[in-house]
Design a protein around this ligand. Structure first.
Ligand code: ZN
Length: 287
């Protein structure tokens, strides 16, 4: 320890002695000098806690486009016109991913969105978030491999009741998505809307237990949520907060001016949209 102090003192003395012409000793001791400087910088950064922006500042930030997908498969005759909004034919999905990649978009994940909104942390150029609701297995079989072609990562909002049921993802598939760098988060236990929860037990069943289950499967913290049907009310937000949820996603309705982190907007990518239509809708909706 004493030796280190002696070296530092020597470096500082030499540095102060000649600002114009750096003596040879300073150059020789550059590593020591740099390590002292970076250690000081780190200390000062750690001593300043990050200050979260207020709601008005968060609301004023440019919105990042967030797309919401459900099923990705070709339509069958049985699919009604209204359900086709939620079913993207495979080629249409592929074209949508391609137009995003060709246009220079980079996918971001919920922690990046949170840091951007709460603290103003920079995002990659042309950010977009790709989210997938409801646990359908074509999200694993079709969406994930297609995203992989472009280095995209997505967010999978799952209902834990659906795991391992026919046509839904298995626990192993969800774990694999998480291991591959995608994010798996909660969309409740069985898709009941939060505006209908009446007892404390409802919150435990729909919010607490699924969060814990996801953490058990992925081995990672779960602190993000997507409201079923995009439906929310102001009473739900403190209930989510006290259960460790840090941000929540709605659909294309208006954000809460007081709690914008709990009402982050998304648009549903319609099964009727071509890739250019999706692109235009995305630009128009997120300003
Ligand atoms: Zn849903």
């Amino acid at each position: 320890m004493k030796k280190v102090i002696v070296i530092i003192t020597a470096v500082l003395t030499v540095s102060f002695a000649g600002c114009e012409q750096k003596p040879k000793e300073t150059v020789n001791n550059k590593t020591t000098e740099n390590s002292v400087t970076s250690a000081n910088t780190k200390d000062s950064k750690e001593s300043l806690p990050k200050k979260m922006a207020d709601a008005a500042t968060i609301t004023a930030r440019k919105q990042v486009p967030v797309l919401c997908y459900h099923q990705i498969r070709d339509w069958s005759e049985k699919d009604s016109k209204s359900s086709r909004d939620y079913i993207i034919p495979v080629d249409a999905f592929k074209a949508q991913m391609k137009i995003l990649a060709d246009s220079g978009y980079h996918t971001i994940l919920p922690d990046q969105m949170y840091d951007y909104l709460a603290y103003g942390t920079a995002l990659p150029e042309k950010p977009v978030m790709l989210t997938y609701d409801d646990t359908d297995d074509d999200q694993f079989n079709i969406a994930a491999p297609e995203m992989k072609k472009y280095g995209f990562k997505g967010v999978f909002f799952i209902m834990t009741v659906s795991l391992n049921r026919p046509k839904y993802m298995t626990t192993e598939q969800v774990k694999q998505l998480s291991d591959e760098g995608h994010v798996v988060e909660s969309h409740t236990w069985d898709h009941h809307k939060v505006t209908g929860y009446k007892t404390p037990e409802d919150w435990v069943t729909q919010i607490e237990k699924p969060k814990k289950k996801i953490e058990e499967i992925t081995g990672k913290s779960s602190h993000c949520f997507a409201f079923p049907f995009g439906l929310w009310n102001r009473e739900a937000i403190p209930e989510l907060k006290k259960r460790g949820v840090q941000s929540a996603y709605i659909l294309s309705t208006k954000r809460d001016p007081d709690d914008p982190l709990f009402t982050i907007r998304r648009i549903i990518a319609s099964g009727f949209w071509s890739a250019p239509t999706l692109y235009k809708a995305m630009i128009a909706s997120f300003k």
